[in-house]
Ligand binder design. Sequence first.
Ligand code: ASP
Length: 448
Amino acid sequence: MKHGNLLTLLIVIGLVGGALFGQYALFGSMGEHPNAHWTKQAGDLILIRPLYVMIIPLVFVSVVMGMTSIGDPSKLGVVGTSTVVYYLVTMLIAVTIGAILVTTFRPGDLPADIQAKLIGDSQADLAQDETLSQNIQDAKDTGQSQLGGAWMNILRQLIPKNIIEEMGQGRTLGVIVFALLFGLAIAAGGEATRPVAVLFEGLFAAVMKLVMWVIWLTPIGVFLLVSWTVGKVGLKELVGPLSKYIVIVIMGLAIHGLVVLPAVLYLCTRRNPFRYLWQMRRALMTAFGTDSSAATLPVTIESAEGPGGCSKRAANFVLPLGATVNMDGTALYEAVAVVFLFQLWGIDLSFGELVIVVITATLAAVGAAGIPSAGTVTMLIVILAVNSGLRGQGMAEEDLLPEYAIGVIIGVDRIVDMCRTTVNVWGDAVGAKIISRLAPDEPPGKTA
Ligand code: ASP
């Protein structure tokens, strides 16, 4: 059996085995603090931390290398603009699909007693997840839950003042901007900077070697993390009162991931999108198992440039940036989740408010980091924006959607997150393939 196939098989065994182990051996026995359970701790140590430690070196080296090989600033302009347009258009399509599905199927219209119970428990449910409620509180305290504050936060990250601090904090956006300019400078330096370009080529090859080693930890890592998730939530949640909400999110993700993105890929490249999906399988399964597009980035780059046949010039730029800002799955989820909560609280949104949801959910997804549950925190931006629209129409303060409403969906968030993260990574991968046509490594015709 080829190495790649063996690894795929092991990851599948890890995912399925993890779900079974979680359901039959762990469910109901995790105690008061599931976050301290050994499966979570071991999953962090074995997979998440080794992947995370590579993110900053990988982002820096890969973006510098991508830039030195693109070289020509005018070409960079075309690649950069097309990338951003691709991100925005696909995120808007995703969020629109979510908004249409949730308003059509109305998962928030539940029998009155169930509705009352979900609402009644929501505050306590939110308080139970200490990390998430703390993150939500922080977003409020720093003003990032407001639209203006969220924009400012993104802008500040785009214009960093201390690159080491950005690296230390794991904020990739500033690192990408710096690496981009540094790479351009190396390209512009001609003969004088040529040795640095060669050095970065070597560094990139070395980091990718490291990635190849760490990838072999994926099967055991996803086994542990999936067993923890299922052990904590239990598969029975999938048939509880939130089942319709979960099904709508997954249905939207499936439409976007299996119909829209493949169609976009086919129209732009005339390649078989499902063949490419298969070539990206390791990255997609890692995303599903780890819940983090940032942690998956090393695997995404490896799959895209290896089996996926993307050019280094395109993928080294599109994938790191995409892992941070391009989140189709998260955008779709935020729209469904917010409208669902408004429905549950009996607040009907007009078309104008749905437009607010579509726009702010896209921004909130851009602002979400590629880590577990990030989208659930930035969702606050969408809730507050809709609330302020409703307030403008004269709705009383106590009738608006309270922030603790998020507590309703927290319990099942990890499962939904696994699915949306997979679509986030798939969206990045499709972008890398499309942009590879604009920036091939070899003259057109020889690549991809
Ligand atoms: N977990 C997602 C990701 O890493 C972000 C989110 O939607 O919470 O892409």
